[in-house]
Design a protein around this ligand. Structure first.
Ligand code: FPP
Length: 251
């Protein structure tokens, strides 16, 4: 398996020019399963394994933060059986993986409107975040019931309420202050977004945070996105930056 062949960072990657933060839109689980004559949930299960190995890969190769879009505010519109399955899957994975996250030094956090999630999932989330908060090997951010517009709107509401109470002069609102009111406060913006299965859309993901993020779209379906694929994405990222560097030095 690729994960064992590529345990060490490939030597053609410049360790000094790796993205510090990678975000992923894990698209294509359903199609992958369908292509194998299996139900969609089969693809989501495999998707978890892929995500887990990608997180370990970030740790092994020296990438500090991985953010994964696990469930969008729009995903509630899927068939109820699939939504229920995903909620249970998140809960089971959290419970099952917590011990290993502690051993591996993973700090996990969640972004999104968590209040609308099932109570039992909320408590697993709380426990995982509290237990792992001092870990430093790699940061894993899971976007669950997340919507970029909703995130921006709730930040606006908080700031407007402060202004209404006379605690804030609207002229003081700048990037730094605004960011403090986002779910992602304290996490640096992604350097690279990877989207699998060929879709060229942001799908309401980290709209504020991705203003300057490099985008990488591959036709590969998420359940096939292994370390070799990640390697290709990182090479493409580094090539883009290197081209930009050459233009600058020629001037
Ligand atoms: C998109 O594929 C995938 C999802 C909506 C779910 C992704 C969730 C996971 C892989 C689980 C993550 C778990 C944790 C605990 C972080 P799709 O269903 O849209 O596939 P399609 O585009 O082929 O229909």
């Amino acid at each position: 398996m690729e994960s064992t062949r590529l345990r060490d960072r490939p030597t053609d990657l410049d360790p000094l020019r790796l993205p510090a933060h990678v975000a992923v839109i894990m698209d294509g689980n359903g199609r992958w399963a369908k292509g194998r004559g299996q139900p969609r949930i089969f693809g989501h299960r495999r998707g978890v394994d892929i995500l887990k190995d990608l997180l370990r890969c970030c740790k092994d190769w020296g990438i500090g933060t991985l953010t994964a879009y696990a469930f969008s505010t729009e995903n509630w519109g899927r068939p109820i059986e699939e939504v229920d399955f995903l909620m249970l899957l998140f809960e089971r994975v959290l419970r099952r993986e917590l011990r290993e996250m502690m051993l591996e030094g993973v700090k996990i956090s969640f972004v999104g409107d968590l209040q609308a999630l099932p109570r039992s999932l909320q408590s697993e989330i709380e426990q995982a975040m509290t237990q792992t908060k001092d870990n430093t090997a790699v940061e894993f951010v899971v976007a669950t019931n997340y919507g970029g517009r909703q995130e921006i709107l709730q930040a606006c509401r908080q700031l407007a309420a402060q202004a209404q109470r006379g605690e804030l002069d609207p002229a003081q609102i700048n990037d730094a202050l605004f960011e403090k009111h986002l779910y992602t406060a304290g996490t640096q913006d992604p350097d690279l977004l990877i989207r699998t299965s060929g879709e060229m859309r942001l799908s309401n993901f980290l709209l504020w945070q991705m203003a300057y993020t490099e985008l990488y779209v591959t036709d590969t379906l998420w359940p096939d996105f292994d370390r070799a694929e990640f390697h290709q994405a990182l090479l493409a990222y580094q090539a883009r930056e290197r081209r930009f560097g050459r233009v600058e030095t020629k001037k």
